[in-house]
Design a protein around this ligand. Structure first.
Ligand code: COA
Length: 165
């Protein structure tokens, strides 16, 4: 655990999800794209002192898989373990299932997911260039392909299996 890990409460939002649009747009910058899935699956909200500071939207997919459609943490509170706690929570809620997600080739995002036990699965060439109106440049990388990562059930490192209740 990071020395500066913040203790958050995670709850499922059962009301209006559009109130989290600002956070969701930091995980996926196209409102049109977010609107396609915002009311699907389950939306988990991380709260710090009752204030929403992170979101994770997951949907059930075929073949015993759960897809993380969006994961975002308030930019002022990153690197305090909130993203990891949200992922641990989702994994715990979906034990026995494989987690998958698609993301851009942003170095820090890939480092985050690999650190959380995800591995490369496959890519959809030119997904971002074909589906987003403007080029997305992050950390000097122009996003082109959608990179799919996956985490098979039961692959959480032993020293982290007791987290994410
Ligand atoms: C990706 C994101 C969700 C990570 O959330 P976070 O709360 O900052 O991540 P954590 O603090 O739980 O990080 C866990 C570990 O991942 C790695 N990591 C996280 N962010 C990193 C970064 N920017 N650079 C390098 N490593 C990073 C580190 O190993 C970190 O552990 P440490 O801080 O103890 O070294 C957050 O940066 C974010 O909201 N980004 C914008 C939206 C986005 O890109 N979402 C993913 C695509 S859907």
């Amino acid at each position: 655990m990071s020395e500066t890990e913040l203790r958050i409460e995670i709850r499922e939002e059962r009301g209006d999800r559009r109130q989290y649009m600002k956070l969701l747009l930091t995980g996926d910058e196209s409102e049109e794209m977010v609107s396609k899935y915002i009311n699907r699956g389950r939306l988990y909200v991380a709260c710090l002192d009752n204030r929403p500071v992170g979101v994770c939207l997951v949907t059930d997919e075929a073949d015993n898989q759960v897809e993380i459609k969006n994961l975002a943490v308030d930019s002022r509170l990153r690197r305090h373990g909130i993203g990891r706690q949200l992922l641990d929570f989702v994994e715990h809620k979906n034990s026995g299932k494989t987690l998958i997600l698609g993301t851009g080739e942003t170095p820090s995002t890939l480092r985050f997911y690999y650190g959380c036990g995800f591995r490369y699965s496959h890519r959809i060439p030119d997904f971002f260039t074909a589906n987003y109106p403007n080029p997305i440049i992050e950390e000097g990388v122009t996003l082109a392909d959608m990179i799919y990562l996956k985490k098979e059930a039961g692959t959480t490192p032993i020293n982290r299996r007791d987290k994410g209740k």
